[in-house]
Design a protein around this ligand. Structure first.
Ligand SMILES: O=P(O)(O)OC[C@@H](O)[C@@H](O)c1c[nH]c2ccccc12
Length: 261
């Protein structure tokens, strides 16, 4: 089996090298950081907290939404009760763009995580200039030193960091080398793209109680959220199942509350 993550990261290294040569400052001065982790913790106190993802396409599913409109989707997600947004900026594999982050964040009040493949601390400064409030660190993509350098760069800029793991070994590496309190368990194996919600159930018991566990990928219904709550997980990152709905606001509300329409 080919390792899709390794391929994506190799492409990203070439892209970042070119971007570094161009330099920063293509975007206007970003507005102050919106607290990403605090928005999730506050919402989780009242039940479920959702990071709603603005995702046009993915390598495993192809095009997910044809009438793609990031500012409108951001507003629908906020009206439906999302706590935060996740916005794909990777172009080659996810058809993302930094303009989607800029325009979606300007259209709402929610904190935004830039969803991309971080392989260089320089991308943290770039993310803040775009207006991101948080970045993602994918443990499977980085060695111990690289991931902690990226985390330090992000924290120094006031960005929150979501640390993504997929198995016990990655979780142990995250807990011993990183300080962020946001741990995302990706139910999708980024090496093969297989999805299994049991991944979160298996790893939940290993996550210390001062960390906030975010269940990522493959969540399709309120019943899935209730299932995860049985393992003590109340915070979710959901993209595809919401992006495929005609009425994103209603779909977001039903995912969180179980009420239809
Ligand atoms: O569309 P889904 O199955 O609801 O998944 C959302 C999100 O978890 C997924 O897009 C994701 C999780 N980690 C990533 C890393 C890179 C790109 C994408 C991702």
């Amino acid at each position: 089996m080919t390792d899709r993550l390794a391929e994506i990261c190799a492409t990203k290294r070439i892209e970042v090298a070119a971007r570094k040569v161009q330099g920063l400052s293509c975007w206007p001065e970003p507005s102050p950081v919106r607290g990403f982790e605090s928005a999730l913790r506050n919402k989780a106190d009242t039940g479920f907290a959702l990071i709603a993802e603005i995702k046009k396409a993915s390598p495993s599913k192809g095009l997910i939404r044809a009438d793609f409109d990031p500012p409108a989707h951001a507003q629908a997600y906020q009206a439906g009760g999302a706590a935060c947004l996740s916005i794909l900026t990777d172009a080659p594999y996810f058809q993302g763009h930094e303009d989607y982050l800029v325009s979606a964040r300007a259209a709402c009040d929610l904190p935004v995580i830039r969803k991309d493949f971080m392989i260089d601390p320089w991308q943290c400064a770039e993310s803040r200039v775009m207006g991101a409030d948080a970045i993602l660190i994918i443990v499977a993509a980085l060695d111990d030193m690289a991931m902690s350098e990226i985390e330090d760069a992000a924290l120094a800029l006031g960005l929150d960091v979501l640390v993504e793991v997929h198995d016990e070994k990655e979780l142990e590496r995250a807990l011993s080398h990183l300080k962020s309190r946001l741990i995302g368990v990706n139910n999708r194996n980024l090496k093969s793209f297989d999805v299994d919600l049991a991944t979160t159930e298996r790893l939940a018991a290993m996550v210390p109680s001062d960390k906030l566990l975010v269940c990522e990928s493959g969540i399709a219904s309120h019943a899935d959220c209730v299932r995860m709550a049985d393992s003590g997980v109340h915070t979710f990152l959901v993209g595809e199942s919401l992006m495929r709905q005609e009425n994103i606001e209603n779909a977001t509300r039903s995912l969180l509350t179980g009420q239809i329409g």
